[in-house]
Design a protein around this ligand. Structure first.
Ligand SMILES: Nc1ncnc2c1ncn2[C@@H]1O[C@H](COP(=O)(O)OP(=O)(O)OP(=O)(O)O)[C@@H](O)[C@H]1O
Ligand SMILES: [Zn+2]
Length: 717
């Protein structure tokens, strides 16, 4: 396709010599039609050769048109001036009145007017009839009028005016030579160059240099104009594309629009999410919380039922619990069960450094929610917006944000159908005004799941992956005391990844145990080279723990023993409580101390007191035993000598009491040490067998440990 910009381009790329040539011979250069045209001279464009005029001439090459063949010239003219060859007559005065070819091109393409160039070129003079017709017909060309849109005489006057202003401006700012070339057509420019040379009385010898400089200036100016036009067009295109993409994104992507709108500050707004796909079925192991929230669901489903008797439902419900226990999930489930919109906001989102932004976000959130009642507003991390902060430099406007929240909560009637659910890990950090009746007046605790809850959660997430039938979720649940729902979900996920990495088809207990240990103790350190001596010490140390656990009545059952380094330890023995222990007896605490002592005692018995080690396990064993003993004496009143009394701040006690406490702790530890020694001496053979089995197999599970301790032979794995 022909495009004007490509016709103008050659003006910049015209070899300098050509241009100079053109200037050098303004009066008498014979017309030369470029080769390609002269060879294809079948059109009247070429045959209508006229005598050269006195004006300076440029040939087709000078115009950058030398590469064009006759057909292309036709095409050029045809696309530029559709219907030109048909000699069409345009009769409407609308077409004749307002459009000039020059302004059309300049405005439409932002570049120099080719027509004036044509007029001044040799082409024009050689084929003046045709080109004159083109140039004059242009003024009446209907297509151009359409593309310019509707024009009034007034706007034209303004255009003309602004063009002349622009010219005047250029005249002021551009150097005189450039001005001449930019503002006038070429013929007159050359004339003025002649005049200039005459008036300035430039000597013959300097005329060439003068003309060269003149031509160079011209070319530079043209290149500059072209470049500016190009970059302007490019910038416009980029801005346009960005605008279109932006508008499209905002229209199509609700997430994008929420993010965008919630982060733009004052006029932010929030979009709800429909939570149909999350129900109470998805939240496991928090039965009490679910029961309490059930009535909120009922209310959202059928508000009239509750208001008939004049009762008021809580406006705000505070979900309190450690991270990852499913507070967000519960709130989503409430909205999902009731099938109402769910507005999510995080407290930290409102925490703004700028005045009024946090408050304005809260205002927008509530306005949107009220317009869509019944609905659920969930504010996660409520403590970061509703905390008892005094205004600090870090949170200068927090007070304002809390006040806005309080005002909004007071601002709607209890039975309006908007339920606000807040979640926090630190209820004690909340501003008192927030937790008084009428605001977040109902608290629901979402605790870490117990062993039953953990089993349910594990089963729920195991059902989403492929697992072997031998997997017993309860065993994993027993070994994951204190894990939250999110951590259990992560455990199952890690096991699935491990199985995939090992090329297994299903997840087995091995992978689950592996990921449990990884979460509890850090990753295995298979690459660590441990020498045989250290391996042997670790094997005896760990089997020491295991032997005590096995032969002590009140100790927890053994789950596993391993000498695989993991995290900071070189090995470990894990014990599983049959149930979550809410209470522990004195005997159970003493048994725990004995098991802790077992490791060090074993080292001492086997390698002698000069060879006991400083391993992480050994020091943490003592720590553990000492802590238990201390708690027994100072907290649980389990010391006969000190009686049933708690000693919270031992630093403030009298020296006598302090030394009495120390004495008691020491006695407990010494007795524990002796008991462990006794057991290990009694079961020296079993101890040795177990240590050797560990050296051979690295890890032994509960059954395997039992087989070894019963003196049976382990099947080769
Ligand atoms: N009781 C549960 N039952 C099923 N899945 C759970 C449970 N608890 C947590 N999860 C899983 O853990 C993810 C994170 O939990 P969620 O975000 O609800 O915890 P949270 O208590 O809101 O945590 P935070 O206080 O850190 O915001 C949930 O999306 C869900 O996949
Ligand atoms: Zn140990």
């Amino acid at each position: 396709m022909f495009s004007l910009s490509s016709t103008v381009q050659p003006q910049v790329t015209v070899p300098l010599s050509h241009l100079i040539n053109a200037f050098h011979s303004p009066k008498n250069t014979p017309v030369s039609v470029s080769a390609s045209i002269s060879q294809n001279q079948h059109r009247d464009v070429v045959s209508e050769h006229e005598a050269p005029s006195n004006e300076p001439v440029l040939n087709l090459r000078d115009l950058g048109l030398s590469e064009l063949k006759i057909g292309q010239i036709d095409q050029l003219v045809d696309s530029l001036l559709p219907g030109f060859y048909k000699d069409k007559n345009v009769s409407s005065h609308w077409h004749t009145s307002h459009v000039s070819a020059q302004s059309f091109f300049e405005n439409k393409y932002g570049c120099l007017d080719i027509f004036s160039t044509l007029r001044s070129s040799c082409l024009y003079r050689q084929h003046s009839r045709t080109l004159k017709r083109i140039c004059s017909d242009l003024q009446y060309w209907p297509g151009f009028i359409q593309s310019r849109g509707f024009k009034t005489l007034k706007s034209r006057t303004r255009r003309l005016q602004s063009t002349s202003e622009r010219l005047a401006e250029t005249q002021h700012t551009a150097p005189s030579f450039v001005k001449g070339f930019l503002l006038r057509d070429r013929g007159s420019d050359v004339e003025s160059l002649d005049k200039l040379m005459k008036t300035k009385n430039i000597p013959e010898a300097h005329q060439d240099a003068f003309k060269t400089g003149f031509a160079e200036g011209f070319l530079k100016a043209q290149a500059l104009t072209q470049k500016t036009n190009d970059s302007l067009r490019r910038t416009r295109l980029i801005v346009f594309i960005l605008l279109v993409v932006g508008i499209y994104g905002l229209l199509k992507n609700p997430f994008l629009s929420v993010r965008f709108r919630t982060t733009t500050g004052l006029d932010s707004a929030v979009d709800p999410v429909q939570m149909k796909n999350v129900t109470f079925e998805h939240v496991k192991g928090v039965e009490e919380a679910k029961q309490e929230l059930q009535e909120v669901v009922e209310f959202l489903k059928n508000p009239q039922k509750f208001t008939v008797l004049g009762g008021k439902l809580p406006k705000g419900i505070l979900l309190v619990g450690p991270p990852g226990t499913g507070k967000t999930l519960l709130a989503r489930a409430v909205a999902g069960e009731a099938d109402v919109p769910f507005y999510y906001a995080s407290g930290s989102e409102f925490d703004e450094m700028f005045v009024g932004v946090g408050a304005s976000r809260i205002r927008n959130l509530f306005r949107e929610a009220k317009a869509n009642a019944p609905c659920v507003i969930f504010i996660d991390e409520l403590d970061s917006v509703g905390g008892k902060r005094i205004e600090s430099p870090m949170h200068p406007y927090s007070r304002q944000t809390i006040n806005q929240l309080l005002a909004e909560m007071d601002g709607f009637k209890p039975n309006e159908g908007v339920i606000i659910i807040g979640a926090t890990n630190f209820p004690e950090a909340l501003d008192n005004a927030l937790i008084r009746p009428g605001r977040f007046d109902m608290q629901v605790t979402v605790p870490r799941p117990d062993v039953k809850g953990r089993t349910e959660i594990l089963k729920w997430y195991l059902n989403k992956i492929k697992f072997d039938q031998s997997v017993d979720p309860e065993i994993i649940a027993r070994g994951t005391v204190g894990f939250s729902g999110a951590e259990l979900e992560n455990l199952v996920n890690q096991a699935a990844l491990k199985a995939a990495v090992d090329g297994k088809e299903m997840v087995t207990m091995k992978e689950l145990e592996f990921s449990k240990d990884k979460i509890l103790m850090g990753p295995e350190r298979r690459s660590v080279e441990i020498d045989n001596k250290n391996k042997t010490i670790t094997a005896y140390h760990e089997s020491g723990h295991a032997i005590i656990a096995y032969y002590t009545k009140d100790a927890m059952p053994i789950n596993k023993a391993t000498i695989m380094p993991r995290g900071p330890t070189l090995g470990h023995v894990s014990l599983l409580p049959e149930n979550d222990r809410w209470n522990e007896t004195r005997a159970q605490l003493l048994a725990q101390m004995d098991v802790s002592m077992g490791g060090r005692v074993a080292e001492e018995l086997i390698f002698g007191s000069d060879h006991i080690t400083t391993g992480y396990c050994a020091s943490s064993d003592f720590d553990n035993a000492t802590k238990i003993a201390k708690r027994m004496v100072t907290k649980f009143g389990m010391s006969e000598k000190l009686g049933v009394m708690t000693y919270s701040d031992t630093g403030k006690l009298s020296p006598e009491t302090q030394s009495a406490i120390e004495q008691e702790i020491r006695i407990l530890l010494r007795d524990s040490y002796e008991r462990a020694k006794h057991i290990l001496k009694t079961h020296a053979k079993e101890h040795k067998n177990l240590a050797e089995a560990l050296l051979t197999y690295e890890t032994l599970d509960a059954k395997e440990i039992q087989i070894v301790l019963e003196g049976k032979k382990l099947e080769v794995r």
